[in-house]
Design a binder for this molecule. Structure first.
Ligand SMILES: *Cc1c(COP(=O)(O)O)cnc(C)c1O
Length: 355
């Protein structure tokens, strides 16, 4: 018992900057979850799921929406609903579905990714997209879809502008392809650009966004598109084992995520800026440009410390940051990171670099 209490207290005292996926649901969400009206969603009879889907479709300016257990399933269901086996998808070499979804499009869809270099601003070069589109020839796979990511996680959380997305949309339309946006953090992009999310996704045929990141819901993403597209995606979701039953318990939190948690994302961006500015003062660190709630940084050449040591030393101070691969460190601000947590984090870095 004492150990359990100590464990919970320890978790509460930890400043967890590894990701915005670590966010717990708010008290208001927990209460709404407890009260949620439910039904069998595989029969289409869960009123709370239906309400979430209507709300999400409305926010994205699309005809219909589908609640899915994860962003990865949302992206996969979209790709499987758009593509046939052997089709090719054009996307960035730093795109989430290419790097971080277990090769699902190839493993489960027989879909071939055709990667183009992501520019530092998260975009793909329009001429390169056009050059990558295959001619109709039996030797070639059929180019079926272009996918973008907004905000772009691996490109320092940069938001992609409505103008750029519109130009990709025009190109895609000209070639009669489908257009998907992985908008896991689309509301962070909308906030940073002061542009409605609806406008950012208007040129796309489909869009996924996460309820379970900065918006704090415990589980879930939503895939949005035309009625006809969502009907196909519904079938795919069932094939993937993603049909949930009384999912209204989860959707109830998602409704609060959309209604209450979107407008406050500006706070996360302000705190991320404060943290990025503070980290940039350490000569031992090289901090990449910060745009939204994601801060990426590396050890500078002057530093003689090993990244693992830094992560471990910070953990001793109750600070958790992300670390892996050649890209270095990642810190992500979110609802449970307040001003004091930012100052404590900077103080912990001062201690670590002094010791
Ligand atoms: C988090 C994320 C996803 C989906 O992740 P899940 O963990 O499956 O919900 C998809 N794309 C991007 C860019 C993400 O950051």
């Amino acid at each position: 018992m004492i150990m359990l209490v100590a464990c919970i207290l320890n978790k509460m005292n930890t400043i967890d900057l590894r990701s915005d996926t670590v966010t717990w649901p708010t008290q208001e969400m927990r209460e709404a979850m407890a009260r949620a009206e439910v039904g069998d969603d595989v029969y289409g009879e869960d009123p709370t799921v239906n309400r979430l889907q209507e709300l999400a479709a409305e926010r994205m300016g699309k005809e219909a929406a589908l609640f899915v257990p994860s962003g990865a399933m949302g992206n996969l269901a979209a790709l499987l609903a758009h593509c046939q086996r052997g089709d090719e998808v054009i996307l960035g070499d730093l795109a989430h579905p290419y790097l971080y979804e277990g090769g699902a499009m190839a493993a489960l869809g027989g879909i071939q990714p055709r990667t183009l270099r992501n520019q530092p601003d998260g975009t793909l070069i329009l001429d390169e997209i056009e050059a990558a589109i295959r001619e109709d020839d039996v030797h070639y796979p059929i180019t079926r879809l272009v996918a973008l990511e907004n905000t772009h996680n691996r490109c320092n959380g940069v938001p992609l502008s409505a103008d750029y997305i519109r130009s990709v949309g025009e190109l895609v339309k000209k070639h009669k392809l489908a257009f998907h946006i992985d908008g896991a953090r689309i509301f962070n992009a909308a906030m940073a650009l002061d542009t409605p999310a609806k406008r950012l996704v208007a040129p796309a045929d489909s869009i996924t966004f996460c309820l379970s990141k900065g918006l704090c819901a415990p589980v879930g993403s939503v895939l949005c598109g035309s009625k006809e597209f969502i009907a196909r995606a519904l079938r795919v979701r069932k094939q993937l084992g993603g049909g949930m039953r009384q999912a209204g318990i989860l959707a109830a939190a998602g409704i609060i995520a959309l209604e209450k948690m979107v407008d406050r994302l500006a706070e996360d961006h302000q705190r991320a800026k404060r943290l990025a500015d503070g980290l940039a003062e350490f000569p031992q660190l090289r901090v990449f440009p910060q745009y939204t709630n994601i801060i990426r940084f590396q050890l500078s050449d002057e530093s003689k410390m090993k990244p693992d040591k830094i992560v471990a030393a910070l953990a001793k101070e109750g600070i958790r940051i992300g670390h892996g691969g050649p890209w270095g460190f990642r810190a992500v601000t979110h609802y449970w990171i307040d001003d004091a947590a930012i100052e404590k984090t900077l103080a912990a870095f001062r201690k670590v670099f002094k010791d």
